[in-house]
Design a protein around this ligand. Structure first.
Ligand SMILES: Cc1cc2nc3c(=O)[nH]c(=O)nc-3n(C[C@H](O)[C@H](O)[C@H](O)COP(=O)(O)OP(=O)(O)OC[C@H]3O[C@@H](n4cnc5c(N)ncnc54)[C@H](O)[C@@H]3O)c2cc1C
Length: 374
């Protein structure tokens, strides 16, 4: 039996950020990340992760945007210094107003939201044309200067190297059995690992786990396509309209994404490819005819009814935690929430209500019931 202080199941953005926050808060902690397949196997393997704090049709500022940004930027800087490849493109994110309604929403967001200085500005159609000459005609748009694109697979690789250097242990491969008689034991064909705390950061697979079946989690499949473009695209900002478009290399852009609430399998398909071609054509009609689709990817994101992630301890299984529901904001939210979760596990600090399990009435009912029975 190999003993640890914390075992984290799942090596996506949630799992890696939790491991980092734990060892950074206490370097003596022995942390194991147990990944069933490979790093980036889940939604976090998305080829291009947009970091955009202005969300939805009304361009609302995301929850705790400044703190989330601060923590992500710190991590990006640290990992970039350790990496010999580009991890991010900091060209901003453009949200073109594709009709007058959206233009009005964006103007209202500028007027009514307390955006930090220098984060967002309004661009007139002419200014947008200068920024991206190939873009579809529009009614102006919101330019999120602070926005960026992360090459997520490269980011995860650098993250693993950093965690290994920090003493975190990685184990790959399932299946395993879980035993909860003395702490939490994960037993695979070769070894057994035990810790008083187990964090399930298993993305959409949490939905298949009976212990978490009362959590209101939705799984939404998304497909993305990669295009090769003869002209240089790495200077372009990401574009968020009809979907999103993001440079991932000098001559490659990623176009996403589909939102499939009902799906039979997890793989990319020809219907998805057709939709993504159409998105590129709509967004960049000036570039589309010259680009060639060279790859496709799919993943399953997890959302909650209020679109915020969820983290916390099971209502009756002591030491068992969950961290999921990052939706499409994994980069922005993962460090900030992992930091709270790490303090919750090690120092018993309460988690913010907005991300707690018990903001959902069913979970609160179950906790009350468990309390009454004990
Ligand atoms: C189409 C699409 C577009 C996206 N766009 C963006 C974007 O623009 N910006 C952004 O920030 N993010 C984006 N994302 C990523 C998104 O933010 C995800 O929500 C986030 O990556 C989820 O991270 P996670 O660690 O919770 O889950 P995952 O990345 O799914 O990781 C879960 C991991 O757990 C492993 N696992 C599963 N079951 C077990 C088990 N029983 N034991 C051990 N390991 C297990 C899996 O193999 C996987 O590696 C996008 C995702 C998709 C699908």
């Amino acid at each position: 039996m190999k003993n640890f202080d914390v075992i984290i199941a799942g090596g996506g953005l949630a799992g890696l950020a939790t491991a980092a926050q734990l060892v950074e808060k206490n370097k003596n902690l022995k942390v194991l990340v147990y990944e069933a397949k490979q790093i980036g196997e889940g939604a976090s393997g998305v080829p291009a992760g947009m970091v955009n704090p202005a969300t939805g049709q009304r361009a609302r500022m995301v929850w705790n945007a400044e703190a989330c940004f601060r923590m992500l930027e710190k991590r990006l800087e640290q990992l970039s210094a350790l990496s010999n490849t580009i991890l991010k493109y900091q060209n901003g994110v453009l949200r073109p107003a594709i009709d007058e309604n959206l233009a009005e929403n964006f103007r209202l967001s500028l007027k009514n939201t307390n955006w930090p200085k220098g984060w967002v500005e309004w661009l007139e159609p002419k200014q947008i044309q200068q920024l991206i000459p190939q873009l579809k005609e529009n009614s102006g748009g919101l330019f999120i200067k602070k926005g960026k694109v992360v090459r997520t697979p490269e980011y995860l690789n650098a993250y693993v190297r950093y965690l290994e250097d920090s003493g975190v242990t990685f184990v790959f491969g399932g299946p395993y059995a879980i035993d909860n008689r003395e702490g939490w034991t994960l037993k695979n064909r070769k070894n057994a690992f035990n810790a008083p705390f187990l964090v399930m950061a298993t993305g959409h697979k949490a939905k298949e786990n009976k212990l978490w079946s009362d959590l209101p989690l939705n799984a939404v499949k998304g497909q993305l396509a990669i295009y090769h473009c003869p002209e240089t695209v790495s200077h372009l900002p990401a574009v968020s309209a009809y979907g999103y478009l993001a440079p991932i290399d000098d001559h490659k852009i990623a176009v996403g994404s589909t939102y499939e609430h009902h799906f039979h399998d997890e793989n990319p398909d020809s219907q998805g490819a057709g939709l993504l071609d159409q998105k590129l054509q709509e967004m960049l009609p000036g570039l589309y005819p010259k680009c060639q689709r060279i790859g496709q990817w799919s993943g399953i994101r997890v959302t909650t009814p209020d679109r915020l992630p969820v983290a916390g301890e099971h209502f009756e299984r002591k030491g068992l935690y969950i961290f999921t529901g990052l939706g499409s904001k994994g980069l922005l939210y993962s460090e900030f929430i992992a930091s709270h979760l790490a303090m919750h596990i090690t120092e018993k600090k309460e988690l913010p209500y907005e991300i707690s399990l018990y903001r959902f009435s069913r979970m609160e009912e179950l906790r009350e019931k468990a309390r009454e029975e004990n």
